[in-house]
Design a protein around this ligand. Structure first.
Ligand SMILES: *[C@@H]1O[C@H](CO)[C@@H](O)[C@H](O)[C@H]1NC(C)=O
Ligand SMILES: *[C@@H]1O[C@H](CO)[C@@H](O)[C@H](O)[C@H]1NC(C)=O
Ligand SMILES: *[C@@H]1O[C@H](CO)[C@@H](O)[C@H](O)[C@H]1NC(C)=O
Ligand SMILES: *[C@@H]1O[C@H](CO)[C@@H](O)[C@H](O)[C@H]1NC(C)=O
Ligand SMILES: *[C@@H]1O[C@H](CO)[C@@H](O)[C@H](O)[C@H]1NC(C)=O
Length: 313
């Protein structure tokens, strides 16, 4: 019996960043690399070390085996993992490390990694190009292109954590040199970013103090001057600080905190719990995010805000 539910609940934690693929194409099944039982592919010492490491970090494992027992499975037989994105691969690694058989179902016959994918519009043109040429920059990232360097995520991609997913992949005997994962620094903002609000253009290095964009009431806008003079990112960060702090303590603490407001959108929370007016909320939304994003659930945005509190990517 393939126990999809259990695999999904195990997978869910990392799916905040790397959402499991939803598969509509016919499934092609990715067998375990060489069709040997997973438990024999590593020496017991190696396996136990991964397991110990994983269990220490992952209270989900306990929940997972508990759920399986509650559902009447005295023994976990074989687990289906949906999608070979980062989340699916890490789930498989956890299962493998504790000797549970699994099968990853992946829709794409050509590549692994899910949304962690740089799409180049013209691969040939890119290969022939050099930095500085337009063709070199003719790409976009499909989602998981940057990774917050925060404790919670280290188990996946930290090059310095021995049993992180990236290290296991890079040290695996079957990983060819050309397939090794090489992380590069992600530049989030730079002094030469530009702002343009109310027809006022400004470079980031010029700063935003003193309401250059004429948002405040005294300059013809509609936001109270005391707020308009300040940095909207900072104000928004402070409004969600409680969640960020709890998440930094532990995922469980943060989760408990967001669930208290589970029925609220960000807009609702800012209005009802933090006392902002709708005009002020519109301003925070415009300056920090995108139109209608504050209609999203508070839980999602609080988690994003925690992840985006990372200073390194
Ligand atoms: C891709 O770029 C190459 C030049 O490097 C060009 O010959 C080719 O036509 C391009 N392909 C498409 C689909 O535009
Ligand atoms: C973990 O560290 C040991 C000793 O430094 C090394 O031999 C091994 O290849 C590492 N394993 C992984 C998965 O990084
Ligand atoms: C910002 O732009 C100026 C002028 O084009 C340039 O001299 C400077 O190096 C740029 N700074 C960065 C960090 O790219
Ligand atoms: C606004 O505040 C945020 C968070 O404190 C900071 O990272 C950002 O650089 C500030 N923005 C500007 C334009 O000064
Ligand atoms: C922050 O969280 C603590 C602990 O749950 C709670 O007691 C407090 O009321 C919260 N403060 C705000 C401003 O939400």
């Amino acid at each position: 019996m393939v126990q999809f539910t259990a695999a999904i609940s195990l997978a869910v934690v990392c799916s905040f960043i790397s959402t499991a693929l939803s598969i509509s194409a016919p499934l092609s099944s990715l067998k375990h690399a060489d069709n040997t039982p997973p438990s024999s592919s590593h020496s017991p010492v190696y396996r136990d070390q991964i397991a110990k490491d994983a269990l220490k970090r992952d209270s989900n494992y306990q929940r997972f085996t508990y759920n399986a027992r509650q559902n009447g499975h005295s023994k976990i037989e074989r687990v289906g993992v949906i999608g070979a994105g980062i989340c699916g691969l890490y789930t498989a690694l956890l299962l493998e490390s504790i000797g549970i058989e699994y099968e990853i179902l992946e829709a794409n016959p050509k590549r692994l990694g899910g949304r962690m994918w740089t799409y180049r519009f013209n691969e040939t043109a890119w290969k022939n190009s050099k930095p500085g040429k337009p063709e070199y920059y003719d790409y976009f990232e499909l989602g998981a292109m940057r990774w917050p360097n925060i404790d919670w995520q280290k188990r996946l991609l930290s090059p310095s954590l021995n049993y992180s997913l990236i290290n296991v992949i890079n040290h695996h005997p079957k990983t060819a040199a050309k397939d090794k994962i090489d992380l590069i620094k992600y530049v989030f903002t730079m002094e030469n970013n530009t702002f343009n609000y109310n027809d006022v253009f400004r470079w980031r290095f010029q700063g935003i103090e003193g309401d250059p964009f004429k948002i405040g009431i005294s300059k013809g806008g509609n936001v109270p001057d005391s707020l308009a003079k300040q940095n909207a990112t900072k104000i928004f960060g402070q409004a969600l600080m409680n969640f960020t702090m709890q998440f930094q303590k532990s995922f469980e603490e943060g989760w408990k905190e967001v669930l208290k407001y589970d029925d609220m959108s960000v807009r609702h929370y800012l209005r009802e719990k933090r006392g902002f007016t709708d005009i002020e909320i519109d301003w925070l939304e415009t300056a920090n995010d995108g139109t209608l994003h504050f209609e999203l659930s508070l839980a999602q945005i609080a988690i994003e805000n925690w992840l985006f509190s990372a200073t390194e990517w």
